[in-house]
Design a protein. Structure first.
Length: 284
C-alpha cells in the first residue's frame, strides 16, 4: 500500500495542498466522502512509520538507508512536508508584515529562532521556581500566617522532591539501557509511568501554562507565580473532606486550601492528585 501510494502521488504532477484528495480502491465500490481518504491516509502513515522509523511504542528514531536516498523516497517525503506547510508559512509572514515584524525577524534570526524552533527552551529547575514564587501572606504573628508559612515550606519540599526524582530517574534509565532484555520487558510500564510523571517543568506548566524559563531577561525579571491561600472553604461549601488547589494560568496564580493541607503527607497527596488529574483547562 505504501509503495504504490507513494508512486501514484509522485505521478500527480499537478498535486497541491489546495486541491482535494480523492481516493478510489480498485474493486471496492464507494464514493469518497472522506472515509476512503481517511482509510488511505491511515495506511500510508502506518507504512511511513514502518519504513522510515524504528523503535518501540515509547519512542521511535528515524532510520537512514543509502537505498532510500537512491530511490528518492526521503526526498519525496520532505518535499511533500515542505509544500504542505508552505501556504501556512506564507500566511504567517503576511500577518507579521502588518506590524513590521517580518523584517525584524529576518534581520535578527538568532534572537527569534527560539520562538519558532522547538528544543531551544531552557527547562526550569527547583531554584528558579522557588525564586519565582510570590506568596501573599496574612498579618505577621497571626494563626493564618503560621499556616501559610508551613504550607510554603511544604511547597518548597515538593518542588525540590520533583527535581530529585528527575535526577534519580535519569540515572536509572542510563543503567537500564545497558540491559536490552530489561528494556524490552519494561517498555509498556515505563511509557505509562512517563505519561503520569510530574516534573518541575510540568508542574510549572500546570500553574502558568508554560513549561520553560522565559526567553528574555526582562520577562524573567517580571515572571512571578502568585500563591494565595483559602482559609474559608468550610464556610462556602459547608462540611466537606477534600478541596484541590485552584489554578489561574492567565494570572500565574495558584490558590491553596489551608484547611486540607495541615500536614506534609496531606499536601503531597492532594497536590500530586491535582496535577496528575487536571492537566487540561478546567476545575478539579
Amino acid at each position: 500500500m505504501f509503495s504504490r501510494g507513494l508512486t501514484q502521488w509522485k505521478r500527480q504532477k499537478k498535486a497541491s495542498p489546495k486541491n482535494p484528495l480523492r481516493v478510489t480502491f480498485i474493486g471496492e465500490p464507494g464514493i469518497d466522502s472522506g472515509a476512503l481518504m481517511k482509510e488511505f491516509l491511515t495506511e500510508m502513515m502506518a507504512g511511513i512509520e514502518e519504513k522510515f522509523f524504528e523503535g518501540g511504542s515509547t519512542g521511535k528514531n528515524l532510520k537512514y538507508s543509502i537505498t532510500d536516498f537512491q530511490n528518492d523516497n526521503l526526498s519525496a517525503v520532505v518535499l511533500h512536508l515542505s509544500v504542505r506547510i508552505l501556504p501556512m508559512l506564507q500566511q504567517m509572514c503576511r500577518g507579521l508584515e502588518l506590524y513590521g515584524l517580518h523584517e525584524m525577524v529576518k534581520q535578527n534570526q538568532p534572537l527569534f529562532q527560539p520562538l519558532f524552533v522547538p528544543g531551544h527552551f531552557t527547562k526550569p529547575d527547583a531554584d528558579f521556581l522557588m525564586m519565582a514564587l510570590s506568596p501573599i501572606l496574612s498579618e505577621v504573628g497571626s494563626v493564618k500566617r503560621q499556616r501559610e508559612s508551613r504550607i510554603v515550606n511544604y511547597l518548597q519540599d515538593f518542588i525540590q522532591s520533583l527535581e530529585d526524582e528527575e535526577e534519580g530517574s535519569s540515572s536509572q534509565e542510563s543503567r537500564v539501557e545497558d540491559d536490552s532484555e530489561q528494556v524490552d520487558k519494561t517498555n509498556c510500564t515505563k511509557g505509562d509511568a512517563e505519561q503520569d510523571k510530574i516534573t518541575v517543568s510540568s508542574f510549572m506548566q500546570w500553574i502558568t501554562g508554560q513549561g520553560h524559563v522565559p526567553i528574555t531577561s526582562a520577562q524573567r525579571e517580571k515572571f512571578k507565580i502568585h500563591v494565595e491561600f483559602d482559609h474559608d472553604c468550610q464556610l462556602r461549601y459547608g462540611q466537606h473532606s477534600l478541596c484541590f488547589p485552584l489554578v489561574n494560568a492567565c494570572s500565574c496564580t495558584v490558590t491553596l486550601p489551608t484547611q486540607h493541607l495541615g500536614t506534609n503527607t496531606e499536601f503531597l497527596g492532594i497536590m500530586r492528585q491535582a496535577v496528575s488529574n487536571s492537566r487540561e483547562f478546567g476545575r478539579s
